[in-house]
Design a protein around this ligand. Structure first.
Ligand code: ADP
Ligand code: MG
Length: 340
């Protein structure tokens, strides 16, 4: 080791940080679609090729970016969503870290066309490995379209860690399904190499989004839930005893609109379904949990996929009891013996 300490330049910092935010093509799809949702879009088109390795294109009809802000949004920690730390506890957007675009553009070839709703002319900007190559005024519809090509072209070590096109595509599909069901008011179109994979109606009904993505077997075996107590509100659908899976892919849990992995909720569900579905199987559920944003910490994971909230144990117990009671009402308890 040399004895000199270097201050890394912005592009190197972004390439390093990209390791956290942009692990793989599906994480890019997640970040970009979340940006579209934050921009108020109600139509989002996602196009990918080669599992997202050669192309990811996201087009939205959100508010767009003012031409004066277009360069800025690629800077690290540049965000229009918060301006002080307290805002994190009063957050109504999915993004807040101002890292995604900076990270993504550092490890890809990116082209963005955007037109802000209050401006007449749009902007097209091209970046290669985080360097701005061109910026021009263009005619465009209100909204934003981002094309990401040649992911990790300048970080070969990262590129090597990508899985097969098929495996990466499966990850993207999983994320798109989760986002589309989490936002049934948004019409999602998802295409792989030109082939339509997902097309949700955007009619605001969770069950319509579920129906357009999963089989009838799933949508016809759901029980509606809706519960409001002092600690939280919960709504959505849970599967009956006819449907269960060997993994958690069909457990969609959203906290304040954010898709999350939550051990607390997983446990509550597993306990509620004891003796209803076989041991080692996972129930199907599409659950929105609404918590006071003041009591949720969304900033514990760079991908924002985990969150922490207050009174976890009380909430866990109350959700478990509510779901259990709901299943009991349908006389579903006792179909399978438990062994503990
Ligand atoms: P964050 O979402 O945490 O703010 P990003 O790096 O994802 O950070 O985006 C930076 C900024 O660029 C956003 O705060 C927003 O102002 C703008 N932006 C990004 N994507 C879009 C989009 N699709 N529509 C409108 N504005 C966008
Ligand atoms: Mg973002």
């Amino acid at each position: 080791m040399k004895n000199r300490i270097n201050l890394l330049d912005e592009i190197t910092i972004n390439k390093i940080a990209a390791g956290e935010v942009v692990e793989r093509p599906s994480s890019i799809v997640k970040e970009l679609v979340e940006n579209s949702i934050d921009a108020g879009a109600d139509r989002i088109i996602i196009e990918v090729e080669n599992g997202g390795k050669s192309l990811i294109k996201i087009t939205d009809n959100g508010c767009g970016i003012p031409s004066s802000e277009v360069k800025k949004c690629f800077l690290r920690h540049a965000t229009s969503k918060i301006d002080k730390i307290d805002d994190l506890f009063n957050l109504f957007t999915l993004g807040f870290r101002g890292e995604a675009l900076a990270s993504i553009c550092a490890v890809s070839k990116l082209e963005m066309t955007t037109k802000f709703e209050d401006e007449a002319v749009g902007t097209k900007i091209t970046l290669v490995g985080g360097n701005i190559e061109a910026k021009e005024a263009v005619g465009a519809n209100t909204g934003t379209s981002i094309v990401i090509k040649d992911l990790f072209f300048n970080t070969p070590a990262r590129k090597k860690f990508l899985k097969t096109d098929h495996a990466e595509l499966m990850n993207i599909t999983d994320i798109v399904n989760k986002l589309a069901i989490g936002y049934p008011n948004v019409k999602f179109r998802y295409l792989n190499a030109g082939k339509l994979m997902v097309n949700t109606p955007g009619d605001g009904k969770l069950v319509s989004a579920v129906r357009s993505i999963y089989s009838r077997e799933v949508s016809e075996n759901l029980i509606e839930i809706n519960y409001d107590c002092s600690l939280f509100k919960i709504d959505g659908y849970i599967g009956n005893n006819n449907i269960y899976r060997s993994n958690r892919n069909l457990q969609h849990i959203y906290i304040n609109g954010r898709f999350v992995k939550s051990k607390i909720i997983y446990d509550a569900i597993a306990n509620a379904y004891k003796s209803i579905i076989p041991i080692n199987k996972h129930a199907v559920c599409f659950i929105n949990l609404h918590l006071d944003p003041q009591k949720v910490d969304v900033n514990i994971h760079p991908g924002k996929i985990e969150v922490k909230f207050e009174k976890e144990n009380e909430i866990k117990l109350e959700i478990m009891e509510y779901i259990r009671a709901k299943l009991l009402k349908q006389s579903l308890i006792g179909k399978y013996e438990t062994f503990d």
